[in-house]
Design a protein around this ligand. Structure first.
Ligand SMILES: [Fe+2]
Ligand SMILES: [Fe+2]
Length: 191
């Protein structure tokens, strides 16, 4: 059922996110639609998962933790030491409970930061779009864009590797969910 109200969501995001983050959300939406068209994924789901993926990004660490405690969202050790990661879990919950997002959209938002072992094509598209949207100009991304436009699974693997290396370079622990994701993504390409 297509029930999400774009204007209402945009007003919500505009009121909460910094301008750069708001524009990033629109860019992720655009890229997600483009990839959904390329890879025959539901456009409605891609559009709204992209638009909503960072809807909790404005929340402070304490707010994220309090939200999780209140809504029985589990917090593991890595999330406890880097609570910013929780914007994905909290954002998924807000998308569902505030806006009525369907389970596919909710899941894509939940996995957009750490990924997971089981990723649907929609989940992969949101994960990738978050990294390669047109506003991102980091070195190495143009190469990833080319791979993504050629093959979704290869592009997803390249995006995962890029993000995991980035976390490692910052001296942070890699979450098991991301390692599991990397393992499955590599195996899919071997098959
Ligand atoms: Fe995010
Ligand atoms: Fe994002």
């Amino acid at each position: 059922m297509e029930n999400l109200n774009e204007e209402e969501i945009i007003a919500y995001l505009k009121g909460r996110l910094k301008e750069g983050r708001f524009l990033h959300s629109l860019n992720v939406m655009k890229m997600a639609i483009k990839l959904a068209e390329m890879y025959h994924v539901d456009i409605y789901n891609a559009k709204f998962a992209g638009l909503l993926h960072d809807c909790a990004k404005n929340m402070q660490n304490e707010e994220l933790i309090a939200y999780c405690d209140e809504h029985q969202i589990p917090i593991d050790d890595i999330k406890r030491s880097s609570p910013g990661i929780l914007h994905a879990d909290v954002g998924a919950d807000i998308a569902k409970n505030v806006f009525g997002a369907n389970p596919e959209i909710e899941e894509a938002i939940r996995y957009h930061t750490l990924a997971n072992r089981e990723m649907t094509d929609l989940d992969k598209i949101i994960y990738i779009a978050d990294l390669i949207e047109e506003g991102r100009t980091l070195p190495g991304l143009e190469e990833i864009r080319e791979i993504v436009y050629r093959d979704l699974n290869e592009g997803y693997l390249a995006a995962l590797k890029y993000c995991i290396e980035n976390v490692a370079e910052r001296g942070k622990a890699i979450h098991q969910q991301s390692l599991d994701a990397l393992e499955t993504a590599a195996n899919i390409l071997k098959e």
